[in-house]
Design a protein around this ligand. Sequence first.
Ligand code: PLP
Length: 401
Amino acid sequence: MERKRAIVYDPPLPHSYSREMLVFDRGEGIYLYDVEGKRYLDFGAGIAVNALGYGREDLAEVAATQMRKLIHTSNLFTTEPTLRLASRLLSLGDFDAVHFGNSGTEANEAALKFARLYAFRTRGAGHAKLLCFDNGFHGRTMGALSVTPNPAYKEPFEPLVPEVEVLPYNDPDTLAATLDASYAGVIVEVVQGEGGLRVMSQEFAAALNEACSRHDVMLIADEVQTGLGRTGFALASEGFGLEPDIVTLAKPLGGGLPLSATLIPAKINTLLQVGDHGSTFGGGPVTAAVSNTILDALLDPEFLIEIQHKSQVLEQGLEELRSGSDLVVELRGTGLLRGLALDPEKAALSAEILQAARAKGLVLLRSGKNVIRIAPPLIITPEQIQEGIHFLDQVLREIGR
Ligand code: PLP
């Protein structure tokens, strides 16, 4: 391991991660500071996690208080913070129970298992197929990976879970012609967070609702990245007319602590028996207590309206960058989850853009090969959005637009 100022080369982490990493020390508001004290405006939020930004005394206090009282009980018992959190999450839709886990991929594993269990216990064996979509991303564990079509993620780990079909995203006709009762579940993102930031069309949402309800196939909305305010709605599904049976949540739910939730309807819950699924750590009292404080902010209707306003500021700023650039061919995404799609021929420049931004003190993300992803903490102000756009403009100029 070699260390040069705030950069570490060849860290003792698996080679599946970058060989060169920036070492952060602390954060304040929407700014991060590396170990040398250099400040970065954060347009990444720890991959769309840190919705309320950094240095939150309230979250630290809630976590410390709960840690002193009780850290862990296992899923054989429960606690007040967990019960409160579950009840609040139920109010996001027509749900009957919440399964807690620790990561997005686990939330999706649970969703896929519940969908198969529902089909098995209502229709018997032979109705286990799962449907997913091109450029979708649902996680890295075997089940979630099986419904993540990107060959680069999957190939070395095959064979994966069988009976998975992949269809084009936003293609209502192909969906209608394919789906039948041999399927247990359909898993889909409202905005394809990792796969290029394409947004679900109203027609596709309607077709998903119609086909899944017609064949009694569980419609799973993976809202791991889009849920809890990122798009200006409590659930992005709500904003796009999708009516899922199951919703999965993670990233902002624990405010940076590992916590995920799989929201299920009564018709699945009534079929579940003790031992069908479980998690030792999921929804423990510390993460749940922190999450309750996070939800006070994220589910406040005024906060969500503010996000919609700030989203317009971001959109307008990015649109100006796009119109003045040969390199940026399309603006993607919605809310505070946006993308600048680069000319696919010049996809390699995306790495240079991230590097140049970092040198200027701006943290950016990527989505797919050629999309620069912007997902700031949701507490960002319009002025801070402009500051980030200004950096981005400079970076694009440097790279040659
Ligand atoms: N689903 C979506 C839509 C995601 O964006 C991600 C992560 O980026 C996941 C699932 C996997 O979440 P995790 O990395 O917490 O397992």
